[in-house]
Design a protein around this ligand. Structure first.
Ligand SMILES: C[S@@+](CC[C@H](N)C(=O)[O-])C[C@H]1O[C@@H](n2cnc3c(N)ncnc32)[C@H](O)[C@@H]1O
Length: 289
């Protein structure tokens, strides 16, 4: 019975998704064409099976077609205390659509958030590579709100741009943040279609006081090509994506940085969050981690 229900929901979900793609011009906002949708569904069937694919079909149909028209609830989904989206009144009534995305995540990116809160000063210019859901950008923006600092974000995935914008807007920090659509150095694991993203080298990045990067394996290339020397570099290593912790540490040391904190992300995949401080700023950073 459950499987039959899920199957029916899947058919509805896919129909809604494809209708959204062709009739509502969703191909433009998602940068997907029918061929990519069919390939995506085939991939999904292989990886998630029929039930998993059915759930994703329903999620897609609800999220893309219906949800924008469902009334807001006045309550917010929060990632690590940062508002990321306003709940819609039907979210919790659409079983397969109660997806992770709309659950609170109190520990979301905690090591990066903690490092930013410890090191960003009100007058700092902060550079964020890998904007994601916009949480670290919001935390950085809140830290510069009382000064002359500014936050500049680079994000490669087209869809993440609207997530970032929404997060900045609901937290009232959009004026302190500039968001750029670009693939920095290389695409090893961008979270979605890149669309019109510009491909740039770290050589062209603006100078900053604090650099935070969680860009899915591009970190080592950034450290090799970065032209400036920020006071603080917060970096998530990705041993699973060919940016291993020991190589990141070596590159930081070569640039004259001391690692003042090493927080575990997913140690089993060699993912750590390192906070590194430029040699001349190390005495000041001693009390912060
Ligand atoms: C884990 S998320 C970052 C989360 C973010 N710190 C937050 O607070 O939500 C990583 C992001 O990096 C983006 N990304 C991956 N590779 C990239 C690259 N080479 N250039 C720019 N963005 C990249 C992904 O698309 C994804 O949105």
């Amino acid at each position: 019975m459950e499987t039959l229900k899920t199957g029916i929901l899947a058919v509805i979900g896919f129909a809604l998704g494809i209708a959204a793609e062709s009739a509502w011009g969703a191909s433009k906002t998602l940068s997907l064409n029918s061929r990519q949708i069919i390939d995506g569904v085939a991939d999904c069937l292989r990886n998630e099976g029929v039930v998993g694919t059915a759930k994703m079909g329903v999620q897609f149909g609800y999220e893309e077609l219906l949800r924008p028209f469902v009334p807001r609830s006045g309550e917010y989904v929060e990632y690590n205390g940062v508002k990321v989206d306003e709940r819609r009144v039907l979210d919790s009534f659409v079983p397969a659509a109660t997806i992770q995305k709309w659950e609170d995540k109190p520990e979301y990116e905690e090591p990066i958030v903690a490092a930013l809160r410890a090191h960003v000063e009100p007058d700092d210019n902060v550079l964020i590579l890998g904007g994601g859901a916009g949480v670290s950008a919001t935390v950085a923006a809140e830290s510069v709100a009382d000064g002359d600092g500014h936050v500049t974000v680079y994000e490669a995935a087209q869809r993440q741009l609207s997530n970032i914008d929404r997060t900045l807007e609901v937290n009232d920090v959009a004026d302190d943040v500039t968001v750029n659509h670009a693939i920095v150095e290389e695409d090893r694991n961008v979270f979605g279609v890149t669309g019109e993203a510009e491909a740039i080298s770290a050589e062209t990045l603006p100078e900053c006081d604090v650099l935070e990067m969680d860009c899915e394996g591009a970190e080592t290339a950034v450290l090799r090509n970065l032209q400036s020397d920020p006071r603080v570099i917060i970096v998530e290593t990705h041993g699973n994506l060919d940016a291993p912790t020991n190589e990141v540490q070596r590159l930081l040391a070569e640039r004259g940085y001391g690692v003042v904190a090493e927080r575990p992300g997913m140690p089993e995949q060699d993912i750590y969050i390192l906070t590194a401080v430029r040699e001349d700023a190390l005495p000041d950073a001693a009390a912060r981690r």
